[in-house]
Ligand binder design. Structure first.
Ligand SMILES: [Zn+2]
Length: 216
């Protein structure tokens, strides 16, 4: 049983505007996309945060990115235990079926999920420790990352460091998926970690050789 309502009118209006302009002007292209199926070159894993706008930042058109969004852009470790794993399913499909060439994990400034993890790990958010907290249990993935940044004295700096740990933890966990590890090994797939500062629009990418994130 559900009680779904019609689409809110502001969304209906925006949709009709899109259909009459963007769609109408590119109808052939949309039909071709429908007929040929998707062949995205990259998978992007980003936060659900409404300010993170990967298609805008990279100027992406329909069909270019296979996008998965979750709280704090986290990839869990490889756990083939028969449970529901939405993120792992998206990674599996992107790598084994779509054969994407790149996986980009994008973190961002002011991440509420990361802040929740920070507060939980520092004892300030007991509600997130509850077994019934979906956010808390999801953010458990980042607990090892908190251990790496907990000694940073300045709180804002510590949270920012934890946002970047979320990206690095995801990159590490990606490599625990056998099909990711083997595609990286053969050179068919590369993984990338980036962090976006919402306020100043800057983007940093992780460069292992330099041991940290550098402005793109
Ligand atoms: Zn976020």
């Amino acid at each position: 049983m559900h009680n779904a309502k019609p689409l809110p009118s502001y969304l209906v209006q925006r949709y009709q505007g899109w259909k009459a302009t963007t769609y109408a002007e590119n109808k052939t292209w949309y039909r071709r996309l429908a007929d040929e199926g998707q062949r995205p070159r990259a998978m992007v894993i980003s936060c659900c945060d409404s300010r993170v706008h990967v298609t805008s930042i990279f100027g992406a058109d329909q069909g270019e990115f296979f996008i998965h969004r979750n709280i704090a852009n986290l990839v869990p470790p490889y756990e083939p235990d028969g449970d529901h794993h939405g993120t792992s399913a998206a990674v599996e499909y992107a790598v084994t079926a779509l054969k994407v060439a790149h996986i980009v994990v994008m973190g961002h400034s002011g991440c509420g999920g990361v802040e929740g993890c920070h507060d939980m790990c520092s004892g300030k958010a007991p509600e997130l420790e509850e077994k019934s907290s979906f956010v808390g249990r999801w953010m458990d993935i980042l607990r090892p990352g908190y251990e790496k940044v907990k000694d940073i004295a300045d709180e804002a700096e510590r949270k920012r460091a934890l946002e970047k740990q979320a990206v690095l933890t995801s990159l590490e966990n990606l490599m625990s998926f056998p099909f990711v590890a083997s595609a990286v090994e053969t050179g068919d797939l590369s993984v990338h970690g980036v962090w976006n500062d919402i306020g100043d629009g800057s983007l940093e990418h992780f460069l292992p050789a330099e041991g940290g994130f550098k402005v793109v």
